[in-house]
Design a protein. Structure first.
Length: 211
């Protein structure tokens, strides 16, 4: 997993609350277990009109947001089902940070497991960012995870809170598997000892005549 330290990037606006995971990545795109190629399904039902043509008003269809790495949105982002394809699709598009007043719990947790930083800010700060993005082409902010601040080009700095453990894992680029592998030597030592203490637990049943 890619570590998150300091990110300076263009902000893309999604001015909708209670965005659920079925809207982030609709069910027909869940057939793959790969994390790449999902950006084509990101917000698929919103990026197109009823006739199938692209909606020029939706941010993914606007050239100014093609390189966006920060998504700005409203409350309860990521509600609905627990599908991990939602953060996969956002990451495949290039989003490394999502700024919102609040997130659904499971989606919030999944972000950290995929190298995405979810930042919670007060509603008034979110509104300020929406106003700035609307009036400035390719509006950029800097998100500093170590300092836990969002720095605006006009000089304001918004601080955000974060669980210390999640922060440390993201700074080091460790998901659940990576965190476990930090103890690889101890795990190998334990398995070797258990194999000596209880060798029957490690028998290959396929070669022992059992079916």
């Amino acid at each position: 997993m890619q570590a998150f330290t300091i990110l300076t990037g263009t902000v893309a606006p999604l001015n909708r609350g209670n965005v659920d995971t079925d809207q982030i990545i609709p069910k027909q795109y869940l057939k793959t277990i790969h994390r790449t190629g999902l950006k084509e399904g990101l917000f698929a039902d919103w990026r197109r009109r009823a006739d199938g043509s692209q909606d020029p008003e939706f941010f993914v269809n606007q050239p100014r947001y093609q390189q966006a790495t920060i998504l700005l949105t409203r409350e309860n982002f990521g509600c609905g089902s627990s599908r991990e394809h939602a953060p996969w699709a956002l990451l495949d598009y290039g989003i490394r940070c999502i700024v919102a007043p609040s997130f659904a719990d499971i989606f919030y947790n999944n972000c950290f497991q995929n190298g995405i930083l979810p930042v919670e800010l007060p509603v008034e700060d979110i509104q300020t960012l929406f106003d700035r993005v609307a009036h400035t082409d390719q509006y950029q902010v800097t998100v500093d995870l170590a300092q836990q601040i969002v720095a605006l080009p006009e000089g304001e700095q918004y601080s955000f809170t974060l669980d210390p453990f999640r922060k440390d894992c993201l700074l080091r680029g460790l998901d659940g598997i990576g965190l476990t592998l930090q103890h690889e030597s101890a795990i190998a030592t334990y398995e070797k000892r258990r194999a000596q203490e209880a060798p029957w637990l490690f028998q290959d049943l396929s070669s022992s005549g059992h079916s």
